[in-house]
Design a protein around this ligand. Structure first.
Ligand code: GUN
Length: 292
């Protein structure tokens, strides 16, 4: 069994990005600049956005964090998005999700210029992704692809089962694994909350990608011997054994499964760190284009 070390690979990618920034600077080209909009005071969102801003600094990007109160109107948020769309200094824009209930997230996502949509959530970019046209790929699925690629895990002809159909992970992941590319070329089954007899399906997976948000839901009786297990879940639970009194759990019962799997991502330190590196890579591509 091999543990897929997302923390290590993510550091390697960030070093590669920092080198690319130096190269841009030495050629007198523009330093990539990411703008992040955060609405309200959701603790997890604040942590994620702060981590994104810090990562920008670490690789030499510029970043701008724009924070609004929970009660900002949809109209005012749209005005800000439009302003950033027209700002030539800014290359990439993300609006951290979830947004408060009174704001329509789809309307906000559609308002972001597809050319600055480094989250890859705009319908135009989702469409390009589905058609295998180079564009910004959503960060978490792209991070999973990169892990699979850097560990040389073969995917062609394999049965990939994805649990969860969110717009951020499950849906794009299922499309990416079925595309005619490497990694890709899988036979994909996308499962979700209405799926009947999930265990029958997960037991047939060569590659199982779990993005469900239920701590330790997947147990060894649900997987095939030698399967590759990718765990996207991250749930904070109370713990008597840590200094902080909390620990993070994935959707997969790691200790139960690890010896039955061929490859497995830990939580934390698996998929999570890859997500930020892929956002940085998208921001770099917003300056350099998609060929490099
Ligand atoms: N909320 C959870 N994941 C993400 C992400 O990748 N991008 C944004 N904008 N919001 C998120």
């Amino acid at each position: 069994m091999t543990i897929l070390d997302g923390k290590k690979i993510s550091k390697e990618i960030q070093l590669e990005i920092a080198k690319a920034v130096n190269k841009l600077n030495s050629k007198g080209k523009k330093t990539p600049h990411l703008a992040a909009i955060l609405v309200g005071n959701n603790g997890a969102s604040q942590t994620y956005v702060n981590a994104k801003v810090t990562a920008c600094k670490n690789v030499g990007f510029k970043s701008t964090l724009i924070q609004f109160d929970n009660n900002i109107s949809e109209k005012d948020l749209l005005i800000k998005v439009d302003e950033i769309n027209r700002d030539k200094e800014i290359d990439g824009l993300i609006v951290q999700l979830p947004l408060p209930d009174h704001i329509n997230s789809i309307r906000i996502t559609e308002a972001i210029s597809p050319l600055k949509d480094v989250d890859g959530f705009h319908p135009i970019n989702i469409g390009k992704m589905a058609l295998n046209i180079p564009t910004f790929l959503p960060a978490t699925p792209a991070g999973i692809l990169e892990l699979i690629k850097r560990y040389n895990i073969s995917t062609s002809g394999k049965h990939c089962v994805v649990i969860g159909r969110s717009h951020i992970v499950g849906m794009p992941m299922s499309i990416l694994m079925s595309r005619n590319s490497n990694p890709g070329n899988c036979t994909v089954t996308l499962t979700h909350s209405r799926t009947v007899n999930l265990k029958n399906i997960t037991k047939k997976a060569d590659i199982l990608i779990v993005a469900l948000g239920k701590a330790e839901f997947i147990t060894s009786d649900m997987i095939k011997e030698g399967a590759c297990i990718i765990d996207v879940g991250i749930t904070r639970v109370r713990s008597k054994y840590t200094k902080s009194g909390w620990k993070l759990l994935g959707d997969v019962s790691f200790d139960d499964i690890k010896n039955k799997s061929s490859y497995i991502t830990p939580v934390p330190g698996g998929v999570g760190p890859m997500t930020i590196s892929m956002l940085l890579l998208n921001t770099l591509k917003s300056v350099t284009g998609f060929d490099s």
